[in-house]
Structures are given as C-alpha cells and as structure tokens.
Design a protein around this ligand. Structure first.
Ligand SMILES: Cc1cc2nc3c(=O)[nH]c(=O)nc-3n(C[C@H](O)[C@H](O)[C@H](O)COP(=O)(O)O)c2cc1C
Length: 364
C-alpha cells in the first residue's frame, strides 16, 4: 500500500520526544527496533493494526494465530490472514496446529508471504484448539516437541520462535524444560505469558517465575502478561532480566503505550500527553490502513469500530460514544461521529480503571 499521510506537527513532535529512549535489540538473528513488542491477538493483530502499532513505537509485531490446516487446505480466509505489507518492518506470522508434518507444510507457505520470522503458538487455552492437541496442549506432550520444532525448522530459512505459558497447570510448570528443548531444536527465542493454561486469564501473571527462567538463560526471552500501563511497563523494563517484553491488551486502550513506557520519568507521572485530537489523527491513519486492506465497507466498519471504542476507553462520556457508534452502520457516518467525539475532548485526560477486568479471554 502507499505511504500514509504524515501525522500533524503537534503529534509528530510528541512522538519524537520519545525517540531518544527507543533502543533497538537483537533476538536471535533478527533486529527489532525496541524492547517493547506487540503480542499476538486473534481478531486484532491483523495487517492494519500491526502497521499502526509499529508506527506508534512497537519494536515488532506478530500476527494473530493462523491455522496450519487452514493454510494447507488453501482456505481463502486463512490465506488472507497471511498477508503482510511491505511497510511492515518487523513482523512475524504465528501458526497453530499439532502435527509436525502439517505445521511444516504450512510454514513453507507462510514463509512465502515475507514475514521476518515464524512463531509457533503453544499458549492458546481455548478448548477447540487444545482438544485437538494444539496451542497450550503442546506443552503437555513434550516428547513430541523436538520432532515438531526440527521438522518446521528444517523447512524454512527465516528464524523460528515459540510462545508458551508457564505450564499446563500449577503442578506442571515445565517452561524451563521446553526452553531447553527449543534451544536444541533450533528455536531462536521464546515468548512466555506468565500464566498456566488452567489459569487461562485469571489471577496474575507470575513474573517471579519468568524472571527465574532467565537464570537458566538458554535462549533470548520475551516476558509477557499484565503489562497494561506505562508505569508498570517502564518499571518492568528497568528491572527485568528478559531481553524484551510483549504487550497485548495494554495496547488496545492505550495505543501509545510502546513509547510512553520508554521514558521512566514520564511513565511515572501516570498522565498522558496524548489528547483527543492526537487520538483522532491516529484513528484517521488506522482508517487509511483498514480501508486499504479491506475493500468491503462492512469489514472495514467492523474492524475499525472495535478499535475506536477501545481507544476511547477512559475519556469522558466514552460509554455514550460507544452506544452511538455501535448503532451506526455506515462507515462515513461512523467516522464523523468519531471525529466529533475525539475533537470535542479538548485537553481532557484519559483515566483508565486498571483494576477493572479487561478482556479476560484470548488465544494465548
Ligand atoms: C483477545 C486476545 C487474543 C489473543 N490471541 C492470541 C493469539 O492469537 N496468539 C497468542 O499467542 N496469544 C494470544 N493472546 C494472548 C496474548 O498474546 C498475551 O499473551 C496475553 O493477553 C497476556 O498479555 P497481556 O496481559 O499483555 O494482555 C490473546 C489475548 C487476547 C486478549
């Protein structure tokens, strides 16, 4: 797609304020532009959203989980999900499945779409995936892992990574063992969500567990879980032994989290410099990416609406705005309502209630 229109001067100046804090890192053989990466999210981390998050400072991104069987059957919708835009810089494709042969065949196809790396989903807790032996069920049968990793590894040229949980349940916290197998099988780095499969999204991510894994330090490690606000991310970034951190849900309500977390003195203020006008600019860019990606108006509307509503979270009258936008079925009208709302916010501050449970389900 063509380059989007540049952000206005005011927003650009704010974004640049954080540039000096952005430090590139290398994981395995890949360079990422920051230690803060966007975590994969099904139904969310599609091409437009990934592009936007990279524009707003994510050091790298990962697609939503994509079925190896869907790829192998040539399912059109699945193949659409593999698409990457040349504007995307550091993007990986995540595959899920349970069978080494099928995963390897799908990996060959996925590689032709031009990602920088491929990732294997080993964290999805959803029954539909787990009951077939995929997602976090892969962590249960660790004897099958070396053959799976080696088979996929042998069929592709780009780096291969995995995303795991701490274990299946509290009595089988086998992430350390899996990391050892991964290293011996040619995996280049590991992302870990600090919960077990049984926990799904309940309780808190176990950061002690994640930090202790760094002591065995077999492979570069990306820590993930409950990094929802800039001050929490900033603190973790300063103290963690992890090479990088991944943020999922935090980026939905605060798309600026990747940069706001980089400057500790700023992050600790707990107040954002980004106004309703800045959000409106970001939404216009998202609109450009979404409509360039999805020619069908209905698809664009559905994709945009959910993200716009999350971006509004914490601003005054967000609930009324949400009801208004969800009753509108026309894309141009939706954008007009959105423009009016965000422009009306003036200098209002966004206050997100982080104690409230937010999105307690997902595929990893
Ligand atoms: C809606 C949603 C969809 C998700 N989809 C995926 C996925 O496709 N693949 C994956 O590995 N993890 C997936 N996850 C898990 C996240 O990547 C992340 O591990 C988890 O949300 C914890 O991080 P957070 O506290 O920053 O949200 C998903 C999470 C959510 C909330």
């Amino acid at each position: 797609m063509k380059e989007p229109q540049a952000f206005g001067q005011a927003l650009q100046a704010k974004l640049e304020k954080f540039q000096a804090f952005k430090k590139p890192i290398q994981l395995g053989s890949i360079d990422f532009s920051s230690r803060l990466l966007l975590a994969p999210m099904a139904g969310i981390c599609n091409l437009p959203y990934r592009l936007l998050m990279e524009d707003l400072g994510a050091g790298g991104t990962v697609s939503e989980l994509i079925s190896c069987h869907g790829i192998n059957y040539g399912n059109q919708r699945t193949l659409e999900m593999l698409k990457i835009d040349p504007l995307e810089k550091n993007v990986g494709i995540q595959l899920f499945g349970e069978d080494a042969e099928a995963m390897a065949r799908a990996a060959v196809v996925a590689e032709t779409y031009g990602p920088k790396f491929l990732d294997i989903n080993m964290g999805c807790p959803v029954n539909k995936v787990v009951s077939k032996g995929g997602g976090s069920a892969l962590m249960k049968e660790i004897k099958n892992l070396a053959p799976l990793f080696e088979k996929v590894r042998s069929q592709i040229k780009i780096p291969l990574s995995i995303k795991i949980r701490t274990g299946w349940d509290a009595s089988t916290l086998n992430a350390g063992e899996i990391i050892k197998i991964a290293k011996e099988s040619g995996i280049e780095w590991v992302a870990i969500h600090g919960r077990t499969r049984t926990q799904q999204y309940t309780g808190l991510a176990d950061w002690n567990f994640i930090e202790n894994l760094n002591e065995i330090k077999k492979l570069p490690l990306i820590g993930n879980g409950d990094l929802h606000h800039p001050y929490g991310v900033s603190e973790r970034l300063q103290n963690t032994q992890c090479d990088a951190l991944m943020i999922a849900r935090g980026a939905l309500r605060n798309p600026f989290i990747f940069i706001e977390s980089l400057d500790p003195s700023y992050a600790n203020q707990k107040r954002s410099i980004f106004t309703g006008n800045d959000y409106w600019e970001v939404i216009q860019r998202l609109y450009f990416y979404v409509t360039e990606t999805f020619p069908e108006e209905r698809t664009s509307l559905v994709q945009l609406r959910k993200l716009i509503v999350w971006f509004a979270a914490g601003f005054p009258h967000a609930a009324a705005f949400r009801s208004q936008i969800f009753t509108c079925q026309v894309l141009s009208d939706t954008m007009k309502i959105t423009e009016d709302y965000f422009k009306s916010l003036g200098d209002s501050q966004k206050f997100i209630n982080y104690d409230e449970v937010f999105m307690s389900s997902g595929h990893g």
